[in-house]
Design a protein around this ligand. Structure first.
Ligand code: NAD
Ligand code: LMR
Length: 342
């Protein structure tokens, strides 16, 4: 089946919970921004993975307590804390997967692009350290605006001579998680069966659920398509408004990011059936980066599932064309930032 493996089947999930005292592999994962709203629950979920032997938690403050707390869970991984730039190299040394949720979140009335001025610099400096200390790791970027922070990371890695486009991922799993939830609610489907590919990018109209490609096959009225598409595109804003100034999605994001980490670890571990949507360097169309479903393997992106983008409905074709200008501008903004002289 073409879907992610984290919430795959109820039986498998149960297995994961029962087996989590038995190590099944020994990968090292680092979380940068680990004391934050996403970082803490994400670290907890990663701590539950039987595939992880070491969990390295980095932040500029407050990470010691998070690590002490988590380290008491009787699951296989050892938890280590790292505070501030002086400890970043040690945090990254030898890790297989680096997850980056560092940076500021939105408040009501802001777009993700409004975070650019602060988060671009944070991502740039963290990726410089990744390039220097664990250039072979899978890199998962959560910090917004993802449509720009991933191109920034690519440029920094290129400048350092270590860019592997197959291993740099913008995390868009939350868009898929939301699409699956909303579609299963609307159509009364069993959640575990539903899988909707979401393509494009991770902001507003660049988030494009391909509802015609929903598995299992399901038919929607034009009105349902419009409602679901708009809800999925605005789901981040829905949470930002509900949190009323205290932040954006953290718990659902941690869940989604943990799924993407687990999928990456399964791929590294030789599982031959791992598929996820992600915002990656792509040649599916003229844009240098594009989110689509990809097959993950030991070396990162193995194949693009280009069939998702074939045989689209008129609505979807128009939406793909309609998102390109914004996505291109956000990618260009990231590339320009990374290449400007200091
Ligand atoms: P938060 O403010 O709760 O936590 C951010 C953490 O980053 C803090 O602990 C802070 O100390 C840390 N940080 C700041 N500068 C740092 C640096 N230079 N190095 C290391 N850590 C640093 O924010 P949050 O709610 O966890 O959100 C984090 C980011 O994730 C935001 O940019 C948000 O927009 C983004 N986000 C993305 C998605 C997605 O789907 N990709 C979903 C939700 C949130
Ligand atoms: C989300 O989709 O929840 C995140 O990108 C956070 C945000 O600002 O909406």
């Amino acid at each position: 089946a073409l879907r992610g493996t984290f919430p795959l089947k109820a039986a498998k999930q149960k297995e994961a919970f029962h087996y989590n005292l038995q190590p099944q592999a020994s990968y090292k994962v680092a979380v940068l921004g680990a004391a934050g709203g996403i970082g803490q629950p994400l670290a907890l979920l990663i701590k539950m993975s039987p595939l992880v032997s070491a969990l390295h938690l980095y932040d500029i403050a407050n990470v010691k307590g998070v690590a002490a707390d988590l380290s008491h869970c009787n699951t296989p991984s050892q938890v280590l804390d790292f505070t501030g730039p002086a400890e970043l190299a040690n945090c990254l040394n030898g890790v297989d997967v680096v997850v980056i949720p560092a940076g500021v979140p939105r408040k009501p009335g802001m777009t993700r692009d409004d975070l650019f001025n602060i988060n671009a610099g944070i991502v740039k400096s963290l990726i410089e350290a990744v390039a220097d200390n664990c250039p072979d790791a899978f890199i998962h970027i959560i910090s917004n605006p993802v449509n720009s922070t991933v191109p920034i990371a690519a440029e920094v890695l290129k400048q350092k001579g270590v860019y592997d486009p197959k291993k740099l991922f913008g995390v868009t799993t939350l868009d898929v998680v939301r699409a699956n939830t909303f579609v299963s609610q609307k159509k009364n489907l069993k959640l575990i069966d539903v899988d909707v590919p979401v393509v494009g990018g991770h902001a507003g109209i660049t988030i494009l659920p391909l509802l015609s490609k929903t598995q299992p096959a399901v038919s929607f009225t034009d009105e349902e398509i419009e409602q679901l598409t708009v809800r999925i595109q605005n789901a981040g804003t829905e949470v930002v408004e509900a949190k009323a100034g205290t932040g954006s999605a953290t718990l659902s994001m941690a869940y989604a990011a943990a799924r993407f980490v687990e999928s990456s670890l399964r791929a590294l571990n030789g599982d031959a059936d791992v598929y996820e949507c992600s915002f990656v360097q792509s040649d599916l169309n003229e844009l240098p980066f594009f989110a689509s479903r990809v097959k993950l393997g030991k070396k990162g992106v193995e194949t693009f599932i280009s069939s998702d983008l074939q045989g689209l409905t008129g609505y979807e074709e128009k939406a793909v064309e309609g998102l390109k200008a914004e996505l291109k501008a956000s990618i260009g903004k990231g590339i320009a930032f990374a290449n400007k002289q200091p």
